[in-house]
Design a protein around this ligand. Structure first.
Ligand SMILES: NC(=O)c1ccc[n+]([C@@H]2O[C@H](COP(=O)([O-])OP(=O)(O)OC[C@H]3O[C@@H](n4cnc5c(N)ncnc54)[C@H](O)[C@@H]3O)[C@@H](O)[C@H]2O)c1
Length: 442
């Protein structure tokens, strides 16, 4: 058959997706990529998961999980189906779909660091071919797909919308939330052209209950940023309310619980020791950076960042004041941080305020330990280092600390028992609403 008579790329792709014979390539097998790869495998597709981390690839191929809330038996089931992991990006040429789930951090100036996304695209370029759909899921500023991915793909002589189909579809994973799964979380998708959108809807519609089409990749990119800015700003608001309430001798948690009884027009957000995780402390600044290019200042984003980033210092101030009342100082005290993960019931410590709190306390001369049943060993981190293991809580052990700093309110902690044995608890999560002589709310 001559080249011009070959079947149109889109029809072939759509047919393969409908028949479940399309090979799905997921690039980046972290918190976002791995559940998605498992979902495609569960739906019967051949799946190749790519990662540059050979240890992850080895674990997956041996049927083991490295993410606490993803069970090893779901990996083993996927392996028994048609899932395999690989470090060889050259195999991307065998894939009909390439879904990119690589990190999008900030650099030292708190500006977008697209090196993983662009590095991945550049490595994929030699293996791209006609009839593939490429979808970016990494959270990023509006315009990334059009301005960065499209020209790179077209530099290979492939026309986007004719030969290759390009989409942006943000991830909405909520690690550890048992009420939603990859299949049941609605997924927004935008395409570079109508044909790209059609390919994206077919790709995701095959495994996700509800796919929400939007008119462009920029809308899809901005949708994700709005979702995360919304959270960052509201967390900033309640953290500010906490500081105001504290000064007035009012318990902010009781206020929020009362306000949340309003059946319309109020959504409760909860204050804490700062903000953490890969998304909320990071993504809003992708928007702020891009807005500056348009001569606009994202003032809510900047203010929320300022308030949320200042919370660990405020908490340490509350701890210092509480120790002082007992005739002690932070310097020379022994402190135990309860909860190292950035949110309850998971083991993810990325950007966790607990780590910053540990550093602030250590810098002021405290001896710091931590206890977190989800994080048995202090993980390797780019900017932080503690050679510590999680302390197993005992009545005698707890009583030996000058203060327990409750940072992450895991369900695994026995709060009544902890209160009975701790000398002093500084509660940043509103766990001890009814208070106690040895509890300070912070
Ligand atoms: N974690 C979440 O809950 C969440 C939710 C929504 C959106 N996101 C977004 O999704 C993206 C991925 O986040 P994550 O939490 O899965 O990150 P992660 O760090 O858990 O996983 C990313 C993976 O990509 C791999 N990787 C990096 N460069 C690569 C390359 N060139 N080729 C192949 N693999 C490569 C890493 O080794 C790692 O395993 C980010 O943009 C993030 O903002 C995350």
């Amino acid at each position: 058959m001559k080249a011009q008579e070959s079947p149109p790329a889109k029809e072939t792709l759509l047919r393969k997706i409908a028949e479940r014979s399309a090979t799905i390539g997921i690039v980046g097998l972290g918190y976002v990529g791995l559940p998605l790869a498992l979902r495609y495998a569960e739906a019967g597709y051949p799946v190749i998961g790519f990662d540059i981390d050979a240890a992850k690839v080895e674990a997956l191929n041996a049927g083991r999980s490295y993410i606490e809330h993803i069970r090893g038996d779901s990996i083993a089931a996927a392996r028994a189906a048609k899932f395999e992991a690989s470090t060889e990006l050259a195999r991307a040429g065998n894939c009909d779909a390439l879904i990119l789930c690589v990190p999008t951090p900030l650099d030292r100036r708190r500006e977008p660091d697209l090196r993983y996304v662009l590095g991945t695209v550049d490595s994929l370029l030699p293996h791209l071919r006609r009839g593939q759909v490429v979808s970016l899921e990494s959270t990023t500023y509006p315009g990334t797909t059009e301005e960065e991915l499209k020209p790179r793909i077209e530099s290979r002589g492939l026309k986007v919308g004719v030969d290759v189909f390009l989409c942006f579809s943000p991830e909405r994973e909520d690690p550890g939330n048992p009420r939603f799964s990859t299949r049941t979380i609605p997924k927004v998708c935008g395409g570079t052209t109508p044909a790209c959108l059609e390919a994206g809807l077919a790709l995701y519609g095959a495994v996700i209950d509800r796919v929400v089409p939007v008119s462009s990749t920029r809308i899809a990119e901005m949708t994700k940023l709005l979702e995360n800015v919304h959270r960052a700003v509201n967390i900033g608001l309640v953290n500010e309310m906490k500081i105001i309430c504290d000064r007035m001798g009012i318990d902010v948690h009781e206020v929020i619980r009362a306000a949340a009884t309003k059946p319309f027009g109020f959504v409760p957000y909860w204050p804490g020791p700062g903000f953490g995780g890969h998304c909320i402390p990071v993504d809003p600044f992708y928007l702020a950076w891009k807005a500056r290019k348009f001569g606009v200042q994202a003032r809510f984003v900047e203010l929320a960042g300022e308030i949320n980033r200042a919370m660990p210092e405020w908490v340490v101030g509350k701890l210092a004041a509480a120790l002082q009342k007992c005739g002690k100082t932070v310097s020379g005290s022994r402190c135990l941080v309860l909860g190292l993960a950035y949110k309850k019931n998971i083991g993810d410590t990325r950007e966790s305020p607990a780590v910053e709190l540990m550093e602030l306390l250590a810098a002021q001369g405290a001896t710091v330990d931590y206890s977190d049943p989800h994080v048995p060993v202090f993980p390797k981190m780019r900017d932080h280092r503690f050679d510590l293991k999680s302390v197993i809580l005992t009545a005698v052990g707890m009583a030996s600390y000058d203060a327990l700093l409750l940072v992450t309110d895991h369900d695994a902690f026995d709060y009544a028992w902890i209160r009975r044995h701790a000398r002093l608890i500084v509660d940043t999560r509103g766990v001890y609403l009814d208070g106690a002589p040895n509890v300070v709310k912070a």
